[in-house]
Design a protein around this ligand. Structure first.
Ligand code: ADP
Ligand code: MG
Length: 735
């Protein structure tokens, strides 16, 4: 079925959970999902359609009903994938389905109960057991990372500052595909350690759950395990294979109409739906095979799963269903999704000797530390032998015979040398102290010298100890095959596991054959048909016609369903769009009315859109390359002052004005003391009845004086005069 030799299709399995208590008590009796485990088929009954209507049947690589065990799913559908990862392939398992259908149960399960442990803990067991049983010439390095995509932002769940940390960026490299920049990755040496990493990340998610209602189902979680394995090849050189495993627990697909969410929750739901519909579009484009453009860039999720869908990876999709008739539409959508995903072709290949293998770096660093350490020890040994009076000579033949034994001898010698040297120095010190013929000054000098030598020796010893500790810590991170990391790897257990694997393999093969037989059945039947009489031929043809008619009806119903669903999802999108437009208008209103236009323009001019990140970003105020030089320089106006200051303040300082205003950017204004500059009015009485409406500009105008004008000498008499003038004017006006 594969398009080319190295391509293989995405494996799709479907799992249905049991009815829960609420559904049992509320909904109509019985589920709507039936499963044929032997054929790998799901039969879905429409609770709203009459019983005579044909039921919908979907065929998958495997199906797991309500009574299925976690272990069965793992052995049959996941184990082969993990084996491939251990062999250097990329692998992805993702759980897809409506909220509450068992995605998290399938991926994680109940950790404490061995029967209910999900895919992730079982994969941990599998990986470390495999390492412990592999040959001793293999070295492994296992790393784990944990992230979530919340509101279209990638967040590191292992970062202690998870809540406040910046969202991470996605990058792409030809070597390792799409990756997350600056993502924490923890080297794990055992099952316990990797479980701790998982728990740490889960807690970071759980914190969100208390803060934000139902957080866990509102983010996509990705647990990433990288297994690097180095093994000597036929050419004698060590070759490294890197397998990357993505374990993905998607956020639930849910209908916004059903949840009735608004505001922030609506935004979350909109983002989830958007990323899930982006996933759907990618699946459709890939399954179609004809479209040249695959919209991976439409969401963070699809970008991260780019390799897993149609790229260099082996992928298993677990679609989870609920049996309740209340969720018929969602169940059908999930099944359609899953059915489409079956057609995706991937091109997995072994990642051999990639440049960014951490194992290689570790090996080189360990070799360097070891060389350093050996050099130190040899030096100590050499000194000891000189002290002992032996001529030191390194025998090349001996070295190659028993390198490790020799190293031990060297280490012992080095320790002995340090001890002897200490004793010698101590004795010499005593001798100097006891020497009565030596001058006190000379004694002091010699003693000081010995002390210094002792100090040097100790420092040397400490440095060696530190180097040894570093070397051991580095070395312990590499796991070597053939050593028991876990104790329960006895033969019986091994046999049991192998048998289980065989059975799983057999049932998988059996199912494949059954499915193939089913497809071929119709064709062979047609070929075998030979008609003895016309009557027989009519009968056979009528039968066939009936069968085809039923098929036609099925397809018609399917088309109607798809149309209905299309309309429904369009309506939902419209509703979401309306809500978002309303929110946008609200924000617009605030911006237009409460933010000064020049501020707005300043901000707008600095904004640029980053298509890579799908985000608007601020351009830095100062171009990056000139930033450091410019930022250091103070503005010229501020030379000699604490900060830029106004012309006025400088004048004020020069004039020795009030010291409080020195270097302040405050204008000080005196009260305007100019008296009204009026003259006695000699106009006709009816012209000056009011000062307000007097049109007289040159005589009755009040002139204000600016603070910088030279004040005119004000005399009390002048104001009196004017007041008197006013006074005299009034009775005249009143006349
Ligand atoms: P999801 O992650 O899809 O939102 P969960 O995994 O949290 O859903 O499952 C919801 C509930 O259903 C949990 O209480 C879980 O224990 C239960 N459940 C799911 N699948 C199964 C199953 N196969 N068998 C038993 N219980 C299950
Ligand atoms: Mg969940």
């Amino acid at each position: 079925m594969s398009k080319n030799k190295s391509s293989e299709s995405v494996k799709v399995v479907v799992r249905c959970r049991p009815l829960n208590r609420k559904e049992e008590s509320n909904g109509p009796a019985g589920g709507i999902v039936q499963m044929d485990l032997r054929l790998g088929q799901v039969i879905l009954r429409n609770p709203r359609a009459p019983a005579s209507d044909p039921q919908k049947t979907f065929t998958f690589d495997a199906v797991y009903d309500a009574s299925s065990k976690q272990r069965d799913l793992y052995d049959e559908s996941v184990r082969p994938l993990i084996d491939s990862v251990l062999a250097g392939f990329n692998g992805t398992i993702f759980a897809y389905g409506q909220t509450g259908t068992g995605k998290t149960y399938t991926m994680q399960g109940a950790w404490m109960d061995p029967e209910k442990r999900g895919v992730i803990p079982n994969a941990f067991d599998h990986i470390f057991t495999h390492i412990s049983r592999s040959q001793s010439d293999k070295q492994y390095l296992v790393r784990a990372s944990y992230l979530e995509i919340y509101l279209e932002e990638v967040r590191d769940l292992l970062d202690p500052k998870h809540g406040s940390a910046r969202a991470l960026e996605l990058r792409e490299s030809p070597e390792s595909g799409v990756y997350v920049r600056d993502l924490t990755s923890c080297v794990c040496k055992s099952i316990k350690e990797i479980e701790e990493v998982m728990n740490m990340g889960n807690q970071a998610r759980a914190v969100g759950a208390t803060d934000m209602n139902e957080h866990s189902s509102r983010s996509h979680a990705l647990f990433l395990i990288t297994v690097e394995c180095s093994q000597p090849g036929p050419d004698g050189r060590k070759h490294i294979r890197v397998g990357r495993l993505n374990l993905v627990d998607l956020a639930g697909s849910e209908r916004q109409a059903k949840t009735g969410v608004q505001g922030e929750r609506l935004k979350e739901a909109a983002k989830i739906n958007l990323s899930l519909s982006a996933l759907g579009n990618v699946i459709s484009a890939l399954a179609d095979g004809r479209s040249s453009h695959v919209p991976y860039r439409d969401s963070k999720l699809t970008r991260l799963l780019q390799d897993s869908l149609g790229g260099n990876a082996k992928t298993v999709m677990v679609a989870t269903l609920g049996p309740s008739s209340l969720h018929y539409d969602e169940t059908l959508t999930t099944l359609r999704y899953a059915n489409r995903a079956k057609n995706i072709q991937n091109q997995p290949r072994v990642n051999e000797d990639p440049k960014d293998a951490l194992l290689r770096e570790f090996q080189m660093e360990i070799a360097r530390l070891r060389a350093q350490l050996n050099h130190r020890k040899w030096r100590s040994k050499q000194k000891k032998e000189q002290v002992d009076g032996e001529a030191w000579e390194r025998d090349e033949d001996e070295e190659s015979e028993g390198e490790e034994e020799e190293e031990e001898v060297v280490e012992k010698d080095a320790e002995e040398y340090v001890k002897l040297e200490e004793q010698r120095l101590e004795m010499e010190k005593e001798a100097i102290k006891g020497d009565q013929f030596m001058l006190a000054e000379e004694k002091q000098r010699l003693l000081g010298e010995k002390e210094r030598m002792m100090g040097d020796l100790r420092k040397e010893q400490e440095a060696t100890a530190q180097l040894t500790a570093k070397y051991k810590a580095m070395e312990s991170k590499l796991l070597v095959g053939g050593k028991n990391i876990i104790d329960h790897t006895n033969e019986q257990q091994k046999m049991l596991e192998m048998k289980r694997q065989e059975i799983a393999e057999q049932s998988r093969n059996e199912r494949e054959i059954q499915q193939q037989m089913l497809v071929q059945d119709d064709e062979t039947l047609e070929l075998r048909e030979t008609f003895t009489s016309l009557q027989q031929e009519v009968e056979a043809k009528t039968k066939k016609l009936k069968k085809l008619y039923a098929k036609l009806q099925c397809i018609k119903a399917e088309i109607k369903d798809v149309n209905d669903e299309h309309v429904r999802s369009r309506q939902e999108l419209e509703q979401t769009q309306n809500e978002l437009t309303r929110e946008l208008k609200f924000k617009y209103l605030i911006i237009e009315n409460f933010i000064p236009p020049e501020e707005k323009n300043k901000i707008m001019n600095r904004l640029t859109f980053d298509p890579e990140e799908d985000q608007w970003k601020f351009q830095p105020l100062v171009p990056a390359e000139r930033k450091s030089s410019q930022m250091k320089k103070r503005p010229t106006s501020a030379v000699g002052y604490k900060r830029p200051i106004s012309q006025y303040a400088r004048v004020a300082i020069a004039m020795g004005a009030h010291s409080r205003y020195r270097a302040e950017n405050i204008m000080f204004l005196e009260l305007d003391m100019t008296p009204p500059n009026t003259a006695t009015l000699e106009a006709e009485p009816n012209q000056s009845h009011s000062l307000d409406n007097s049109p007289n500009k040159d005589r009755g105008v009040r002139k204000s004086r600016s603070w910088c004008q030279t004040p005119k000498s004000l005399t009390s008499s002048s104001s009196n005069v004017s007041l008197a003038a006013c006074h005299t004017a009034t009775p005249m006006a009143a006349q």
